[in-house]
Design a protein around this ligand. Structure first.
Ligand SMILES: [Zn+2]
Length: 229
């Protein structure tokens, strides 16, 4: 953008990530940012804005009635790590779908979860009539509402919409840490690290922050298992 202020030139002027998949996801992500009315690439995207475009209604967990007390206790307690949120696959009569986000995960993780649900809708993914239940690499049982390729695309496009490549690259080259970048875009540090890695910016990042980079692998595998739910 080089300091110019014309709106909505994000797509045509963007520098795209090097991998074919990265390019494809980035273009979709930039389209979503335009749809949300975000004008500058360094402006945070509000997923709640896009949720309205996707006709997703975010319901506060506390407003769910009729949940047995033991279930509620489990979802917010011992089981809190096992779910990040979800949408009802069947729309309401007015066409809207309900989404519930895990209140224990905090606003940054909620933003990523909501973006994934928004992407499933706006990318036109079709939910399986029965949730796919499978085991992840750690042998843990996971439930998915979409096929693997759609799950990957929704998470990747959502993450790219939250932290676009152009500005990510600029900030990494300027020596900003993942934590600083995360605060700017209202996302978790893990999500920024994931974006740095899939955008092939990790060598540049590592060169500037050798210590932070050393702790990456463990967190990244945590994020991977969290994002597949
Ligand atoms: Zn999903």
């Amino acid at each position: 953008m080089h300091g110019r202020a014309e709106p909505n030139h994000q797509v045509s002027e963007a520098i795209l990530p090097p991998t074919p998949k990265g390019k494809q996801y980035e273009l979709k992500a930039l389209g979503l940012r335009e749809l949300a009315g975000v004008r500058r690439d360094d402006e945070p995207l509000d997923p709640y804005e896009l949720a309205r475009c996707a006709r997703l209604m975010v319901v506060d967990f506390e407003r769910i009635h009729g949940l047995p007390r033991a279930t509620r206790r489990h979802l917010l307690g011992a089981g809190s790590d096992d779910w990040s949120g979800g949408a009802c696959s069947r729309p309401l009569p007015n066409g809207w779908r309900l989404v519930i986000l895990n209140p224990k995960h905090g606003p940054q993780r909620n933003n990523a979860t909501l973006m994934e649900e928004v992407c499933h809708i706006l990318l036109g993914h079709r939910a399986n009539r029965l949730a796919v239940v499978a085991k992840d690499e750690q042998g843990k049982v996971i439930a998915r509402d979409y096929n693997n390729a759609d799950e990957e695309a929704a998470f990747a496009v959502g993450a790219a919409a939250l932290v676009p490549f152009n500005v990510l690259r600029r900030l990494v080259l300027a020596g900003k840490t993942a934590a600083v970048i995360a605060r700017r875009f209202n996302v978790s540090r893990q999500l920024v690290e994931y974006r740095i890695k899939v955008s092939r910016l990790w060598p540049e990042y590592k060169a500037r922050h050798p210590r932070a980079a050393g702790q990456r692998s463990r967190r990244e595998s945590n994020l991977k298992s969290a994002s597949s739910r």
